[in-house]
Design a protein around this ligand. Structure first.
Ligand SMILES: [Zn+2]
Length: 172
């Protein structure tokens, strides 16, 4: 039985985005993130991260550096009572022309196949227009948080925080 999911952008959505974040000690969670994730999990959604990490392709940090950051994320979430189902990343630069960098949808398709996700009942949440475009192209509904205005395509919903996004999605 396919399950719905919430797919999150990482930087600027779940955690603050200092630009090319590469070390665990740089992780600062956005206010309300743990509460929002607990609400989604309780409602039966799988929780996954879909993130562009072009800093790897640019040589600014390594896959191992990123793995240490993701270990911190999972550790913090476990302490907060939240289980993350998966983290998918694109290591490429825009110039690489890959199919996995948002707004392309290869990572979403991979996540859907590996976790048996029902994308028609799933949501993408992100701050950037590329998150919204990827989510819509993959057949998800979308919520833009904290984000850039005037995205094309426009998000289905906008919210000022993840807790607001949870409230909107859970009654949608
Ligand atoms: Zn890629």
């Amino acid at each position: 039985m396919a399950r719905p999911a919430i797919l999150f952008d990482r930087d600027g959505t779940l955690i603050e985005d200092p630009g090319y974040l590469s070390r665990p000690e740089q992780v600062t969670w956005m206010d309300g993130t743990f509460d929002a994730l607990r609400q989604f999990a309780a409602a039966g959604y799988r929780l996954l991260i879909i993130t562009n990490q072009s800093g790897i392709g640019r040589g600014l940090y390594s896959e191992d550096d990123m793995a240490r950051v993701h270990a911190r994320l999972r550790d913090d979430l476990t302490k907060a009572g939240v289980t993350l189902d998966g983290i998918y990343h694109c290591p490429h630069t825009p110039e690489d022309g890959c199919a996995c960098r948002k707004p392309d949808i290869a990572l979403i398709a991979q996540a859907a196949a590996e976790h048996d996700l029902d994308l028609g009942r799933s949501w993408m949440i992100g701050d950037k227009c590329s998150d919204i475009a990827a989510g819509q192209a993959a057949g998800l509904r979308t919520v833009q948080v904290y984000g850039q205005a005037n995205c094309t395509p426009a998000p289905d919903l906008r919210s000022a925080s993840l807790t607001d996004a949870a409230t909107l999605i859970l009654k949608a």
